[in-house]
Write a protein of this length. Structure first.
Lengths: 263, 214
């Protein structure tokens, strides 16, 4: 571990760079000045708190504390997916929680056990770092996919009815929409898999190299984590869509408007 | 036989059906041509199970429309919606996809009949190889009618089936459906339907539930 720590002055100097987006905000009247300040402040507070918290978590490295922190991350991801997709929280919290938790936990434990070959698969460093990467990515994918799906249902309601009347089952009638939403969700990951190394050095690799790992090891980790992310992402969006389809339609196969928030 | 029994349904303050009772024998040809906003599409919605009445029942061939019978009842209908959308791909591919739907597995796509119907409705057979995107409104309307006929349904619900067609095609569509043994419901403001003696005009006034049969 020989990367240089950043001092107070360093952070101040990076924050100074924010004057550039703020200048564009003024120049183009983007109307996001307040948003920039709030977002950056939130990030500062959250990251510093997490920094303190993680320090203790890594120090204690207790099974239950690690799992609790992972659960906390899963719950936050779930709420974020529900809110941005305008689903009703009361109805969808548990189903979406399962759609997030099952893929993440399965792939994470598989990864720790068989890929990294840890003796203790609950080891804080791996559980939380890898879990966090999977969750962050799946969150993105679920938001894109679920939003796409729900918007399409509303836009194409007549086509959906017409297909039902032509003899399609609910699933058959929704299949074009399911396809499109799954693709919308996983395409960004697929694109970044195809360009990684050429265009971008992903955060994990950068972090490991800065942390002193050999590029060789960093590359192997990166390869492994990208596949894990891809798999988690497609599993999770599929589960999310199935939950929406199972819960969001009544026994006449009609969309239950009461399950969704108005725009 | 289709029966509407004590149907009550409204939206907000507007009552569309108030204790509406009516029954239609098999093979009848029913025309709905009241002004817009009077509930013609609502009646279709009730029959198709897209809308649920506040009170009352829809009964189709002695089956009360409910969660248990909805699939069987929907399978009896050939429904032509007002704005027809085909998906992506070649027309013939889309037709084949429709015949692959779970409910239609028992129905073979009869290519002979398809050709005959395309002839009758004046659609060139080369159109089957075209992309569905290139179809005009009138072509979509006629193609969907052909698909519904190929599926050989018991009851046809046609929402403005002739709106995008010229006079001679309008009359061909009318003749085809009125000449059938099947039960046919038509929503249309085209005069040629109401002029035909074979149709029964169904009208209702929400508040009192009056029925005028002609």
């Amino acid at each position: 571990m020989d990367s240089k720590d950043l001092g107070f002055l360093s952070l101040l100097l990076v924050i100074v760079l924010l004057t550039i987006p703020l200048m564009f905000n003024y120049l183009l009247k983007l109307n996001i000045g307040k948003k920039i300040i709030i977002s950056v402040s939130r990030m500062c507070v959250q990251l510093f708190l997490v920094g303190i918290f993680l320090k203790y978590i890594f120090e204690f490295n207790s099974l239950w504390l690690n799992l609790a922190w992972l659960m906390f991350m899963i719950v936050i991801s779930t709420i974020s997916v529900i809110n941005t997709s305008r689903l009703k929280k009361k109805i969808f919290f548990v189903p979406i929680l399962l759609s997030v938790a099952i893929p993440v936990l399965t792939i994470l434990f598989y990864f720790n056990k068989f890929v990294v070959r840890l003796d203790n698969i609950f080891e804080a460093k791996y559980l939380i770092a890898i879990g966090g990467m999977l969750l962050g990515n799946l969150l993105n994918g679920n938001i894109i996919g679920a939003n796409n799906f729900i918007n399409n249902i509303r836009k194409a309601e007549r086509k959906y009815f017409a297909d039902l009347m032509l003899g399609a089952t609910k699933f058959e009638a929704l299949l074009p929409n399911i396809r499109e939403s799954v693709l919308a969700s996983i395409n960004p990951t697929l694109a970044s898999i195809a360009t990684v190394g050429l265009v971008s050095l992903p955060g994990m690799m950068t972090g490991q190299i800065l942390g002193g790992a050999s590029p060789d090891a960093a590359v192997k980790y990166q390869l492994a984590i990208m596949i894990a992310i891809f798999v988690t992402r497609i599993l999770s969006i599929y589960f999310v869509l199935i939950m929406i389809i199972k819960i969001g339609f009544d026994d006449f196969d009609i969309l239950k408007k009461e399950c969704f928030l108005e725009k | 036989m289709i029966e509407f029994s004590n149907i009550t349904l409204g939206f907000g303050n507007k009552i569309i059906f108030d204790d509406f009772n009516y029954s239609i024998e098999s093979g009848k040809k029913i025309l709905l041509n009241s002004p817009s906003g009077t509930g013609k599409s609502t009646l279709f919605g009730l029959m198709l199970g897209f809308l649920k009445p506040e009170k009352g029942q829809v009964i189709v061939d002695n089956l009360v429309l409910n969660a248990g019978t909805i699939k069987e009842i929907r399978n009896k209908y050939g429904y032509l919606s007002q704005d027809i959308e085909f998906g992506e791909g070649k027309v013939l591919y889309i037709i084949r996809e429709i015949f692959n739907y779970a409910q239609n597995r028992g129905v073979q796509l009869n290519l002979n009949l398809l050709n005959n119907l395309m002839d009758y409705f004046e659609i060139e057979s080369s159109l089957l190889e075209n992309s569905a995107r290139s179809l005009s409104g009138g072509e979509k309307q006629r193609l969907m009618i052909i698909i519904l006929l190929l599926l050989n349904k018991d009851i046809y619900l046609l929402d403005e089936p002739t709106s995008a067609l010229d006079e001679s095609l309008k009359s061909k569509v009318k003749e085809y459906f009125l000449g059938m043994q099947k039960t046919v419901f038509v929503i249309s403001h085209d005069k040629l339907w109401e002029k035909d003696k074979r149709v029964t005009i169904l009208n209702w006034q929400g508040k009192v539930g009056n029925i005028y049969g002609q």
